[in-house]
Design a protein around this ligand. Structure first.
Ligand code: FES
Length: 67
């Protein structure tokens, strides 16, 4: 089983660790994150991770998340 380590929006090359403080500071929800940064708005694969990041504050993930 290959290991999973997701820490960024690959399309935008935007690390979750940099995105989270920005989102918290500005009170962004997922739609705001997508509109303001483009993260989650391209291939969309990071979207479930962004959602989890916003709800839990986690910025690194080792499990496969899907919508
Ligand atoms: S990895 Fe974030 S939109 Fe593709």
């Amino acid at each position: 089983m290959p290991s999973i380590h997701v820490t960024m929006c690959v399309c935008r090359r935007f690390p979750f660790a940099r995105l989270l403080p920005l989102a918290r500071e500005r009170g962004w929800d997922l739609d705001d994150v997508m509109r303001e940064t483009g993260c989650g708005d391209n291939c969309g694969l990071c979207r479930p991770y962004l959602r989890r990041m916003l709800s839990t504050g986690a910025t690194a993930f080792t499990e496969l998340l899907t919508e």
